[in-house]
Ligand binder design. Structure first.
Ligand code: ADP
Length: 580
């Protein structure tokens, strides 16, 4: 082998090595096929280059994979120099998305340039430096476009062998959304808490309206962002309820309290210090929603309380009225009892009176009968002749005696009936018969007065349940009165008709009649009116009283219908016989 050829092959190998060192792993050295030293050297070189290439490719592949991982995660990863003015040394792709700055821009910036409050940086570094492992903090960052974001930063200090901090590595996570959701949730809970608080204050038994408004005012600040520097005032119908720390400031949020659309009050929440402007002055839009809701609820609660109050007052009034009524009722009952007692007393006195009268009349009758009897004997001239004057006087004695006897008999009858001592049985009788026989006995009474008596009895008039003698007495009394109070030639009439379960009998005359005011009283004992038709007084005013007593005992009724000067109609009823 010549030297030149050998030199060429070695040069070829050197060239390949240079290529490899430049990163070109395609370099390969041709073999001579001579199988000499140089060939084996070239083979070794070729194998080495192959090895380097494959391992280089594997490394590249895994590097790419790793880079993809680091860049694709949503987490920002960075390395920075230590110290408060620490600069970014390396950042991943996600950092661009997170901050809005390009990688190039970031690498020229200090970490604290991203902080909203740069002064926090020192504290963060301190914590990271003193921590054994990593520490996590939540910070407010501002993006390139000025918008704020919340980040969670986890930092770790990377130290050299002398434990000196070489740089800080950090991972950033954008937690703005999560924070917003958390914040919203917190606001919502605060709002609910506040409204629940208002409702439970309103429901507290016995709470007055003033207490209610005061407590609502006290409750409000705690639901606002900065309770310690927030105060509240509730004004209802001109009355004010304020928190202890209340002060009128210009940073204020308010809502009207309305009842049926009419403004009746105001809810106000004020900040005691100036704060950065957010949604509505220094207040959040959630706080606007809340104050509106509180005002709306207060309106409804006030209206309800007013109605409850009214109802309570009404009830109280009713109770008072009830009480009064009860008292009146009791008084009435007492009066009624008194009346019952009095009536009983009167009844008892009446009974004693009747008893006395009955006894008296009985005692009077005996001697009177003697007077009448002997007068009659003398008038009949049994003991001897009498002259005309004596006869005249004897007749006067007899008339007066008989009148008196009649009177006494009536008194006796009345008192017997009233005291319940007169018993009479009731049977089924024919009224037509009683009326007919009475008409006959009355002929001698009516004829001298030229009075007529008509009888109109309904055909097939049923029997009545009565005492024949007493009914006869009643009729006689009524017809006798009719005759007495009717001028000569007058017309009298007896009518009898059925009316339901009763028989109704009327005694009618066309006589002098009775004034309205006397119509009831004539049934009282001894009540008499002057009779312009009679020369002398007859009767004692007991007839109608007796008649009424007899009717009562029959369960019937008697009354009069009369027109003064035109005549009267006395009507009585008797029960029909049960068999009819
Ligand atoms: P007297 O014994 O006076 O008839 P009564 O009790 O029978 O007593 O009647 C009371 C009074 O009623 C009579 O005094 C009379 O004024 C009045 N009276 C009764 N019947 C009639 C009648 N048919 N017409 C007018 N007045 C009558």
């Amino acid at each position: 082998m010549n030297k030149t050829a050998e030199k060429e092959r070695i040069d070829e190998m050197i060239e390949a090595i240079i290529k490899v060192s430049r990163g070109d792993y395609s370099a390969q050295v041709e073999l001579s096929g001579r199988n000499d030293e140089v060939d084996s050297l070239a083979m070794g070189l070729n194998m080495m280059v192959d090895d380097i290439r494959t391992s280089r490719e594997a490394l590249q592949e895994s590097e790419e994979k790793y880079r993809g991982l680091v860049n694709n995660v949503k987490l920002g990863i960075f390395r920075s120099t230590p110290g408060p003015t620490g600069k970014f040394l390396e950042v991943n792709l996600a950092m661009k998305e997170l901050t809005g700055y390009s990688r190039k821009e970031l690498l020229q910036m200090g970490v604290s340039d991203l902080y909203v409050y740069p002064e926090q940086r020192e504290q963060v570094l301190e914590e990271v430096a003193s921590a054994k492992g990593k520490t996590t903090k939540e910070l407010r960052f501002k993006k390139k476009d000025g918008t704020g974001i919340m980040v969670s930063t986890t930092g770790v200090a990377v130290r050299d062998s002398a434990d000196k901090i070489q740089y800080f590595d950090g991972i950033l996570e954008d937690i703005t959304e999560r924070k917003r959701a958390e914040h919203n949730l917190k606001e919502r809970i605060k709002e609910l808490n506040c409204l629940y608080g208002v409702a439970s204050i309103a429901e507290r038994p016995g709470i007055t309206q003033d207490e209610l408004y005061q407590e609502v005012a006290n409750l409000l600040p705690s639901s606002w962002q900065y309770p310690e520097t927030t105060c509240a005032r509730v004004t209802i119908n001109g009355k004010e309820f304020v928190t202890e720390n209340y002060r009128d400031t210009k940073w204020k949020q308010s809502a009207d309290v309305k009842i049926h659309g009419a403004r009746t009050g105001l809810v106000e929440v004020s900040s005691l210090e100036e704060r950065p402007e957010i949604d509505e002055g220094p207040f959040l839009k959630e706080e606007r929603v809340l104050i509106d809701a509180v005002a709306e609820r207060l309106g409804r609660i006030t209206e309800r309380k007013r109605m409850e109050e009214e109802l309570r007052e009404k009830n109280e009034r009713l109770d008072a009225q009830n009480e009064e009524l009860q008292v009146q009722g009791e008084e009435l009952m007492a009066q009624q009892q008194e009346l019952i007692d009095k009536t009983r007393e009167v009844e008892e006195a009446n009974r004693l009176k009747s008893e006395f009268l009955a006894n008296m009349s009985h005692e009077l009758r005996t001697p009177l009968n003697v007077v009448i009897g002997f007068s009659e004997l003398m008038a009949d001239e049994v003991p001897g002749k009498i002259n005309n004057e004596q006869r005249q006087w004897l007749n006067d004695i007899l008339n007066s005696g008989r009148h008196l006897l009649n009177l006494i008999n009536e008194v006796l009858d009345l008192s017997k009936i009233e005291s319940g001592r007169m018993k009479f049985g009731l049977t089924d009788i024919s009224l037509a018969d009683v009326i007919q026989s009475l008409a006959r006995t009355l002929v001698p009474v009516l004829t001298p007065r030229m009075q007529s008596l008509d009888i109109e009895v309904e055909k097939r008039l049923p029997l009545v349940h009565a005492n024949e003698a007493k009914v006869g007495q009643v009729l006689l009394n009524l017809v006798d009165n009719a005759s007495k109070f009717t001028p000569e030639g007058g017309k009298l009439k007896i009518e009898a008709v059925r009316s339901g379960d009763w028989c109704q009998v009327s005694v009618v005359d066309d006589g002098i009649g009775i004034r309205k005011e006397d119509q009831n009283r004539i049934f009282e004992p001894f009540y008499q009116l002057d009779n312009p038709l009679a020369k002398e007084k007859s009767g004692a005013g007991l007839g109608l009283a007796l008649v009424r007593q007899i009717m009562d005992r029959h369960g019937g009724r008697i009354w009069v219908e009369s027109e003064y000067g035109e005549g009267s109609r006395f009507i009585f009823t008797l029960p029909l016989a049960t068999t009819s």
